[in-house]
Design a protein around this ligand. Structure first.
Ligand SMILES: Cc1ncc(COP(=O)(O)O)c(C=O)c1O
Length: 368
């Protein structure tokens, strides 16, 4: 008897998310104890001690459902971003917000534009809604916003821009964004995914919140996962127009930001010095990585985020495996369509050195 087909057709085309290899898995597989994971763009400094304290305090209250409206966190973000509370978005990571965006706005056949080597959650959720992903090629691992503008059609419902982009770390400048904005009408939603916003310090970085203030159909996404070191708690946030925020509020799952996460995120906002420390550590690590790549003669993309995209000149899977044997976990570029690249997250000074030494050993370059 043939089994009945129960899944929606689009499910057959979905690829489950492939996360960075967990530390424990590498310990089990290779019998190693001392592992450095630089694979998921986490923050090696960890959360603010104030957040940890808030987590401990919130722990005894977890028998209660969370505040569905995230009242205190929403108020704090409203003040930080300069929008009324109704325009503040909160979700189960920015991943959760990306899911809600596709759920609320993408109908079957709608085009969802993104670059090649997209952040996988955009692609996944576009397909989940039976949308049609449109991939516009990058040039030298940077967005080609003019090509994106030229590809906009009446069917383009959502455009995703990662700024900085994951996995390349490249930034879209004000002028580049202007080229795209000129081609967008009010029937296309521009999503500015700014997960790494706090790490950027460049006068050419566009002010996407100003676009929301102008009333354009723009959704700005940020997260507590990176600069605030709360990836394990899953809190994403952002801002958009009242109309788009209303639609997103209708599709969201109840209680999608848990109570411990709300408390930790709020406490993090009260400790901006920790974010500054995370930025400083990130800059130091990137500089050390750039120096190591230059010693090894490897081409890399200047990163505005907390990871670096580098051409290792060899099959990235081989390099990945050799690094694993030395206890260093990175991300291969093949999953993003770049078989000779790896993406390595920044680390502490010690972790960065471990990575640089291991890479040198694997590639057999000059000593650092
Ligand atoms: C560009 C981009 N957007 C969104 C996310 C998801 O972040 P969150 O942890 O808030 O779901 C990531 C995480 O790596 C990312 O790189």
């Amino acid at each position: 008897m043939t089994e009945p087909k129960l899944t929606r057709p689009c499910v057959d085309n979905l690829t489950p998310y492939s996360p960075g290899k967990p530390i424990e898995e590498v310990q089990r597989e290779f019998g190693l104890t001392d592992i450095v994971k630089l694979a998921s763009n986490e923050n090696p400094l960890g959360p603010s001690p104030k957040a940890v304290e808030a987590i401990c305090q919130a722990a005894s209250e977890v028998w209660l459902y969370p505040d569905n409206d995230c009242y205190h966190l929403r108020r704090a973000l409203s003040e930080k971003l300069g929008f009324p509370g109704e325009q503040i978005l909160l979700g189960h990571g920015s991943d959760g917000l990306i899911h809600n965006i596709c759920l609320a706005f993408v109908s079957p056949g709608d085009e969802v534009m993104m670059s090649t080597a997209p952040f996988s959650t955009w692609d996944f959720n576009a397909k989940l809604m039976d949308g049609t992903p449109v991939y516009v090629p990058m040039v030298d691992f940077r967005y080609d916003t003019e090509a994106m503008a030229a590809r906009v059609s009446a069917r383009t419902k959502v455009v995703f821009i990662g700024n900085p982009h994951n996995p390349t770390g490249a930034m879209v400048t004000k002028a580049e964004l202007e080229a795209l904005l000129a081609a967008l009408t009010d029937s296309t939603i521009l999503v500015m995914d700014e997960a790494y916003y706090d790490y950027v310090d460049d006068p050419e970085y566009p002010d996407s919140l100003a676009l929301v203030k102008e009333g354009r159909p723009v959704i700005v996404l940020r997260t507590f996962s990176k600069s605030c070191g709360l990836a394990g708690l899953r809190v994403g946030y952002g801002a958009t127009t009242p109309q788009l925020a209303d639609a997103l509020g209708r599709v969201r799952e109840p209680f999608d930001v848990n109570s411990v996460a709300q408390a930790a995120a709020l406490a993090s906002l009260q400790d901006p010095a920790q974010v500054e420390r995370a930025k400083a550590l990130n800059d130091e690590s990137k500089e050390a990585m750039y120096a190591a790549f230059e010693r090894l003669g490897l081409a890399y993309t200047k990163s505005y985020a907390n990871f670096v995209w580098v051409d290792v000149g060899r099959d990235c899977r081989e390099v990945f495996l050799e690094l694993l044997k030395l206890g260093v976990i990175v991300r291969t570029g093949d999953i993003f369509g770049a078989p000779m690249h790896i993406r390595v997250s920044t680390g502490t000074a010690e972790q960065t050195k471990r990575f640089a030494d291991a890479l040198q050993e694997v590639l057999g370059g000059p000593a650092g």
